[in-house]
Design a protein around this ligand. Structure first.
Ligand SMILES: [Zn+2]
Length: 290
């Protein structure tokens, strides 16, 4: 059975670091935010973690032609739309019901074949998927054919907000500038709370482990030991190396391999005003009673 190590959580929560660390698991391949494959492939403008444009990457170009061969009615534009629908599906809890319709059953079959092809082409049985989307994790779980291990990576809402207020350019686009959105307070808070709530719903439905980004950086050895047990995989605790990957939405600079540094740095909230800090402290309090 293919094992999918799934990193769920909000953007700007440190998933790239965790993904890089987990890539040290033997027989694993990191595919980054692979649920974005369809959109990124149809755009044909961003790079894969292997440094090639997604459409020219040895893995993703093969995946696309396999999907076209296996499913004659498969159309990438329609698929982009469906992935978006799952992502923003209003009633997240209804995903199992949704998958019972003929239309969505076919969608499910394509998703299964997509992951099976990643395993087959790369020869790796452990797929590290840092798609982050909780609805996508629920979908994978409901397909019922994978060994899913969900890691909910949570970062302090003040640190997440500080990061969302920064203007950041997406590194995987090199031919044009694509910026991450700078979000307002309510959007940041709403997304963070929603992810927490949805992840809590999956706790009893999927093998689940929560990691607080701060404690991971403070005591990485402890977290890695816990992860090792949870994932039933051996993870080295020292001399962690950046590994070759085919990360969608990842930084192609990662192909410059080297040692991974886990820094225990205090986040300086330079992008938050006094009011913002107060606001997000309130959100944190509210989240404890939800
Ligand atoms: Zn690639």
């Amino acid at each position: 059975m293919i094992k999918i190590i799934y990193i769920a959580g909000d953007g700007r929560s440190g998933s790239t670091l965790l993904d890089s660390v987990l890539s040290n698991i033997e027989n694993s391949i990191s595919v980054g935010e692979c649920h974005r494959f369809w959109i990124r492939y149809s755009e044909g403008a961003s790079h894969c973690g292997c440094s090639n444009i997604v459409t020219e990457c040895s893995l993703w170009s093969q995946i696309q032609s396999r999907l076209q061969t296996k499913f004659p009615d498969y159309e990438i534009a329609q698929f982009v739309q469906k992935v978006r629908e799952i992502q923003f599906f209003r009633n997240f809890k209804q995903i199992p019901k949704l998958l019972q319709s003929e239309e969505w059953k076919t969608f499910g079959k394509i998703v299964v074949y997509f992951y099976a092809s990643i395993a087959e082409i790369t020869g790796k049985n452990v797929i590290i998927d840092s798609s982050k989307s909780v609805p996508w994790a629920y979908l994978l779980l409901e397909l019922g054919v994978f060994d899913i291990r969900m890691i909910h990576l949570e970062r302090d809402v003040l640190a997440v907000a500080n990061s969302w207020k920064k203007k950041v350019m997406l590194p995987e686009y090199t031919t044009r500038e694509v910026w991450m959105p700078v979000k307002g307070n309510w959007v940041i808070a709403k997304t963070w709370l929603k992810i927490k709530k949805m992840a809590n719903y999956l706790v009893v439905r999927v093998p689940y482990m929560e990691i607080k980004y701060k404690s991971f950086c403070k005591h990485p050895e402890n977290t890695l030991e816990e992860l090792s047990v949870f994932l039933d995989e051996s993870i080295p605790t020292t001399n962690l190396q950046l590994q070759k990957n085919h990360a969608i939405g990842g930084n192609p600079m990662r192909s410059q391999l080297g040692t991974i540094e886990i820094k225990n740095q205090k986040t300086v909230l330079t992008h938050l005003t006094f009011f913002d800090k107060f606001y997000f402290r309130m959100i944190k309090l509210i989240s404890k009673v939800l």
